[in-house]
Design a protein around this ligand. Sequence first.
Ligand code: AFP
Length: 331
Amino acid sequence: MQRFIPTLRRDHVEEGLISVINTLQICAKEISHRLHQGELAGVLGSTLDENIQGETQKKLDVLANQLLKDILLENKFVRAVASEEEEGIVEGFADGKYLIAFDPLDGSSNIDINSMVGTIFSVLRAPQDGRTGTDMFLQPGRDQVMAGYVLYGPSTMLVFTTGKGVRVFTLDHMVGEFLLTDEDLEIPTETCEFAINMSNYRHWQPQMRAYIDDLLAGDTGPRCKNFNMRWIAAMVADVHRVLCRGGLFTYPWDSRKANKPYKLRLMYEGNPMAMLVEQAGGRAHSGEQRIMDIEPTDIHQRVGVILGSANEVETCLRYLQQDSQNGATDV
Ligand code: AFP
């Protein structure tokens, strides 16, 4: 089985990027170790603080964030990091080539029930045009040079792309190394599975409700086939399933918060997952445009997400484009 660095060299990944991903896998092993210790490590439960998104922070959120920051900022290729958990960016080496945006522990509400969580990362080039501070990070997702995640599940997996397909590595706890377990993930274009938080049904746009209604109608409705539903409540785990066996994942527009109608974050969740999904032959859309074409205006901005099997994303978008007065049954 191929080891980590030789696989990257074979892919002709530039040395600086190899160094960054190598640093990320060191962090992943450390976070994985703490998670597997669970209650024994005394890191479960919440702190009394809220993060920049106004969410209660879990102790492991704080720990994973600190760990990633500390270790990444020692890498001379890192110009700056941006974390979902922090208001501003943190500067690294002035001549560093890369910017790293990360969600240190996605799905952290799963920690207390010993269920799956993950770390998501996105790597951009540090601009050479004089931009400084957070402005450096305001680049569209299509400019990412690497994106990926670590899934802490029954096994720990590192899944990433440098723009040449999606590689999957599994942590061998015996040797303490990530080994290549899938060369090239490919998402089937058709699917019979979807992932959405159904409890928000009444807050969606009528077009989204119509789309889901038709999925639920199964072979008695206009789609003429039965659909299965899954929701892990950790985007990493839901997207991992989509990458492995296809499906549609969405966290759509929600009427409850006028100024924040979306839940997921563009830089830490939308863009990196979109790059992985597109590299695996799927589609990733906000409902209005391709996610990776969005020009960000804020490092913490939120985005609608509809991603997965290409044909199913296409179908969902056709429903969304319909006039809400027309039914959706002719889609
Ligand atoms: P947490 O990290 O706060 O648990 O949020 C996870 C997440 O951002 C994303 O990973 C999930 O897909 C989504 O939220 C789950 O949302 P619900 O709480 O609505 O199920």
